[in-house]
Design a protein around this ligand. Sequence first.
Ligand code: CTP
Length: 405
Amino acid sequence: MNVSDALRGRFIVLGVTGSIAAYKSIELARRLTQAGATVQVVMSRSATEFVRPITFQALTYRPVEVEMFQIQDERAAGHVAMGREAEVIVVAPATAHVISRLANGMADDLIATTVLATSAPVVIAPAMETHMWQNPATQENIARLRARGVRVVDPESGPLASGDVGPGRLASLEKIEAAVVDALSSSAALAGRRVIVTAGPTVEAIDPVRFVSNRSSGKMGYAIAQAARDAGAEVTLVTGPTALRAPNGVRVIPVESAEDMQDAVLAVLPEMDAVVMAAAIADYRPLEVSHRKIKKRDAGSELTIRMTENPDVLKAIIAARRPKTIVVGFKAESGEATAEAERMLREKKVDLVIANDISDPSSVFGSDTDRVTFVSADGVEALPVLAKTEVARRLVAKLAERLAR
Ligand code: CTP
């Protein structure tokens, strides 16, 4: 898709903060507008010390917003409305100061508030003096933003306004524009596709009140369901009991046992383009389920529960799928996860395995982050520690790419 096709008719919020590089965002605003986008410029107070709002206004044909409470249409809670309306927010140049405020979720000016109020993708293009860029504080803030899914267009090396030479120069406008296009197009990457995601633990009954289960929180699966929905897919979420609220716009099928989960998945499998098996399905269930509550009186001082093997849902899916349906499995191990994932890829004939080592503190059950490795016929790709929402976004990008092949 060329740049104009990708940008025509899109609503872009361009945040400009107080760096000398602000003069370059004048050209960025012009380019985006010329390509057919509606560009709403929001300037920080200090940005107006470098360039004047009127310049942006003349090039974008729209009034520029500067400070909260001066916003043109506060009746509609302007800052929230803008965040909601935006299809992408790009902050260019982004100073060390705004990066720190965004990393901390502050809401002290219009740019920060708009970013906080949006569910649209966010692109930032940092520009600052080399030492400020390299300072661990800035690097930590950047890492936190990346982990939340913010796209960072890294600054380039070159002579800086301070007289130094080093990294810190605003990336080229081509690169920033490409990141904006990428952020916009990924939101339709799975348009027209049907995806089923399993999530959470299964619950295997012992008697009417007791069960055997596991510590799966469901966070990964729910994040994948949401990311797939955001990418335009029609999503079915088959979920064991969790404490999470299902994302809007997703069809939810609640289940309890591994057998329920298998029935639910196989029933809709023929329609599916992709199956993502994020659920922690119990490998065993009690051999006999007592229909009455087991009494201490009857069981005595020791109780033995015999377990029997559950169906391997993944195996059943592989056997029943259409050849075009992509199947993703998960492999959680205490150590050695990648080797196990490679074995699973070979033996179970899944298309992609997401491996994680649950002995790694960033990947323990229930956490919001994960350090995973994607293992497929394309090779082994170890990702850094990321928010589960970001892992989900990257998985969705992988699915989209494979489905497009
Ligand atoms: N899975 C499944 N059916 C089961 C158990 C697991 O479909 N009865 C799926 C999970 O959703 C996950 C993957 O299989 O995607 C996990 O693979 P598996 O080899 O079963 O992992 P473990 O059960 O962790 O492996 P192990 O054999 O070492 O117990």
